[in-house]
Ligand binder design. Structure first.
Ligand SMILES: [Zn+2]
Ligand SMILES: [Zn+2]
Length: 334
């Protein structure tokens, strides 16, 4: 059985390995499609604070369920994998927020992921995909769940104004879900090509290295600026700007990971009485995400830019690592 194993920073290879044993409460699944994302790239570069080596990558997974003794209804189905392994006993787990479990292990990060032919998955982490949903839409369930949870955290409503820092995969998914909710969306990025994609999705685009984004949003909203600011870059300068872009009595949702702590203007935060919210993974949202995807809220073609086979996974990571390439979501087919 083949597995894409990261043995250390920059050391990635497809190796032959044994099929891991399938435990109680688990199903045996076969990889169908996997998405590669920024956290896989961070693991590859050796900049992820969470990854330990060696590690099988892959946490955005569409699979075929081969055997599922405990949940026979899943056998033979296509399913998406919620890649979170939780402890069930910590405070977060007890209140149903296992997305930030104190002992959380994410497949492909803290535990082996799904970039391998076959692997066991806890049946509670498997969500069957509607029959008419294309594979390349279903494989976006995990990244869409990240955007979905950030929007749930924000409480944003129809007709409200969102400002999104970052037109990467998560930013573009945020734009699509927000537009589907009838929100007005401004997006700030420095990449002209990404901004073009965002504009085609109905966002008002702002070149972060051009004018002052705060002025643009302020002018367009009669000085009120945003009802919710989403930070989806992890860039400290963008994170600091969130308090400027947020209107009085509004909210900030941090969904991009900063590499270290960032100073935020707490005086502005107090003056405007802002809610500053973290958003991590998602909890109990995969069924809702699959409904949102079924309803056609996300155009897969806007975020999926390249496709490789499992044997070509090393090239896929190298492509993502190349700043001269226009790449967003790269897909691996088994
Ligand atoms: Zn991801
Ligand atoms: Zn827990």
């Amino acid at each position: 059985m083949r597995a894409l194993v990261l043995t250390g920073p920059g050391a990635l290879r497809v190796i032959d390995s044994n099929l891991p044993s399938v435990g109680p409460g688990q199903a045996l699944v076969q990889l169908r499609l996997a998405g590669i994302c920024g956290s896989d790239l961070a693991a590859y570069r050796g900049t992820s604070p969470l990854v330990r080596y060696p590690r099988v990558l892959g946490h955005e997974l569409l699979v075929d369920v081969l055997e599922s003794p405990g949940r026979p209804d899943l056998a033979g189905k296509r399913a998406v994998v919620e890649p979170l392994l939780r402890c069930d006993v910590c405070r977060a787990c007890r209140v149903g927020r296992y997305n930030c479990c104190a002992n959380l292990r994410v497949m492909g990060v803290h535990a082996d992921g799904g970039l391998r032919d076959r692997f066991p998955v806890d049946t509670r982490n498997l969500f069957p995909v509607p029959e008419n949903m294309p594979d390349e839409v279903a494989v976006l369930a995990e990244p869409t769940s990240i955007a979905h949870h950030a929007i749930e955290r924000s409480g944003i409503g129809t007709g409200q104004v969102a400002a999104v820092f970052g037109a990467g995969t998560i930013g573009l998914l945020l734009i699509q879900l927000l537009r589907a909710r009838g929100c007005i969306v401004f997006v700030i990025d420095i990449d002209a090509w990404r901004l073009e994609v965002a504009e085609a999705l109905g966002a008002v685009t702002i070149r972060g290295d051009g004018g002052d984004p705060v002025d643009v949003v302020s002018d367009a909203t009669g000085g009120e600026t945003a009802d919710v600011v989403f930070e989806a870059t992890g860039n400290p300068a963008c994170t600091r700007l969130t308090t400027e872009l947020a209107g009085h009595a509004s909210r900030i949702v941090l969904v991009g990971w900063n590499r270290g702590p960032v100073d935020v203007d707490t005086v502005t935060l107090m003056r405007k009485e802002l809610d500053l919210l973290g958003s991590r993974n998602s909890a109990s949202e995969f069924p809702s995400v699959l409904r949102v995807l079924s309803a056609g809220a996300v155009n897969a073609g806007t975020v999926i830019t390249q496709r490789f086979s499992l044997g070509e996974s090393v090239q896929a990571l190298e492509l993502l690592d190349d700043p001269t390439e226009s790449a967003l979501k790269v897909i691996i087919r088994r």
